[in-house]
Design a protein around this ligand. Structure first.
Ligand code: NAD
Length: 341
C-alpha cells in the first residue's frame, strides 16, 4: 500500500578502504531489476491478534495491520471495545474478529487463540497491547492495585507470547510478536510506580523472549508509545462530547494530604518534541505493520519509538518550538468525526 522507491546500489557509499567487508557481488541483471521498482509492504495472507484493542492505541494498531492486508482479531476485556475496533476495520475495507478475554487468564488466552486458529487457521502477528494505565505514587499505592496492574501486563505478555509462539511453531510460521511498552519502561516519572515496574520488566522480557524464540524464526520486539495524540474519530467524538482534552488519565483521588506531603513536578508533553509534532496511533500502526512484515525478518529484541526525537533528546535541552514539522501523516482511517454523526 505504501510503496517506497527501492534505493539502488548507487545510494550506498562505496567501500573506501581495504578493511571494509566486500560487498556481495550483484549481477548486472539483478542491479537493473532493482532500479525503479517499488516495495509493497503487504501483510496479505497473514493473521494478526491485537490485545486490549480499545479505541486509542490498540484500535489504531489493529486498523493499521488490517489496512496493510492482515486479517485482525481484536481482543479486549470489554467485548464492546473489541467490536468497535472490528467495525472500524470493516468500514475501512478490512477483515476483523472481536474476542472478549482477560489477557492475564490462561483459559481466556487459549480460548481466544483457539477461536482465531479455528476461523483463520493460523496466527502470524501478535501485539501485546493490553494494559491498565494505573497512575499511582509510591506513597499512595496499595498492594492490591500494584499486583493487579503488574498481573495484567506481565501475565498477559507472557501468556500470549508463549501460546502464540507454540501455535506458530506447530504450523511452521516465522511470526512477529510486539510488546507495547511506555516511556515509563525506560525513565522514571512521578506517579506511575506500578506502571513503571511492569513496563520496565517487559523491556527485558522482550529481549529474553527474543532469545528463546530466535531458533524458531519468531521475532519479539517492543514499541514504546510516547503519549500519542489520539486520532480515532470515534474516540475524538466521545472526548468532545465529554469536554475532555486531557491526554493522561486523571490521578487517583487520594483525599487530603498529610502535612509532610511534597508535590512532584509537572509534565510538558508537547514542548519536548524536537520535530514539534506528537505521534498518533496511526504513526505507531505504520511502524508496527512494517515491523511485523517479512521485510523486518532479522529484527528481534529491539525497541522502536516514533516520537519526533523526544527520547533521543539530551535531557537538559528544550526545543525552541520553531519546528517546521514532519511530512504530512499518511492516514489509515478513511472515516472522520463528521461521518460518524
Ligand atoms: N495512551 C498513552 O499515552 C500511552 C503512552 C505510552 C504507552 N501506552 C501503552 O499503550 C497501550 C495502549 O494504551 P491506550 O492508551 O490505548 O490504553 P487504553 O486504556 O485506552 O486501552 C487499553 C485497553 O486494554 C483493555 N484491557 C485492560 N485490561 C485488560 C485485560 N486484562 N485483558 C484484555 N484487555 C484489557 C482495556 O479494556 C482497554 O480497552 C498500553 O499498553 C499502554 O500502557 C499508552
Amino acid at each position: 500500500m505504501t510503496g517506497t522507491a527501492l534505493a539502488g546500489p548507487e545510494a550506498v557509499a562505496g567501500p573506501r578502504s581495504e578493511d571494509c567487508l566486500p560487498k556481495p557481488a550483484r549481477s548486472a541483471p539483478a542491479r537493473e531489476a532493482s532500479k525503479g521498482s517499488e516495495v509493497d509492504i503487504s501483510l496479505a495472507g497473514k493473521v494478526a491478534l491485537v490485545t486490549g484493542a480499545g479505541p486509542n492505541i490498540g484500535s489504531g494498531i489493529a486498523l493499521a495491520l488490517a489496512r496493510y492486508g492482515a486479517k485482525v482479531a481484536c481482543n479486549d476485556l470489554e467485548l464492546e471495545a473489541a467490536k468497535a475496533a472490528v467495525r472500524r476495520i470493516e468500514r475501512n475495507g478490512g477483515t476483523g474478529m472481536a474476542l472478549s478475554g482477560d489477557v492475564s487468564v490462561e483459559a481466556d488466552v487459549l480460548a481466544n487463540l483457539a477461536e482465531v486458529l479455528g476461523a483463520w487457521g493460523r496466527v502470524d502477528i501478535v501485539v501485546n497491547n493490553a494494559a491498565w494505565l494505573h497512575a499511582s505514587h509510591i506513597l499512595d499505592e496499595d498492594l492490591a492495585s500494584f499486583n493487579r496492574a503488574i498481573t495484567i501486563a506481565v501475565n498477559g505478555n507472557f501468556l500470549y507470547t508463549k501460546h502464540a509462539a507454540l501455535a506458530m511453531i506447530e504450523r511452521g510460521i516465522k511470526g512477529s510478536i510486539v510488546s507495547i511498552l511506555s516511556s515509563n519502561a525506560w525513565q522514571g516519572a512521578p506517579g506511575f510506580i506500578a506502571y513503571a515496574t511492569h513496563k520496565g520488566g517487559l523491556a527485558n522480557f522482550v529481549r529474553a523472549a527474543a532469545m528463546d524464540l530466535a531458533p524458531y524464526g519468531i521475532r519479539v520486539n517492543s514499541f514504546t508509545p510516547t503519549a500519542p495524540r489520539p486520532d480515532n474519530p470515534e474516540l475524538l467524538a466521545q472526548w468532545r462530547a465529554e469536554g475532555r482534552t486531557e491526554l493522561r488519565p486523571p490521578s487517583r483521588e487520594t483525599g487530603s494530604r498529610p502535612a509532610w506531603w511534597r508535590e512532584t513536578g509537572t509534565f510538558d508533553v508537547r514542548g519536548q518534541i524536537p520535530m514539534g509534532e506528537p505521534a498518533t496511533p496511526t504513526d505507531i500502526g505504520h511502524c508496527i505493520a512494517w515491523l511485523s512484515s517479512d521485510y523486518a525478518r532479522l529484527i528481534t529484541g529491539c525497541d522502536f519509538v516514533v516520537d519526533g526525537g523526544a527520547r533521543a533528546k539530551y535531557w537538559a535541552y528544550t526545543p525552541s518550538g520553531d519546528a517546521a514539522g514532519p511530512v504530512p501523516l499518511i492516514p489509515l482511517d478513511t472515516t472522520s468525526e463528521a461521518d460518524l454523526g
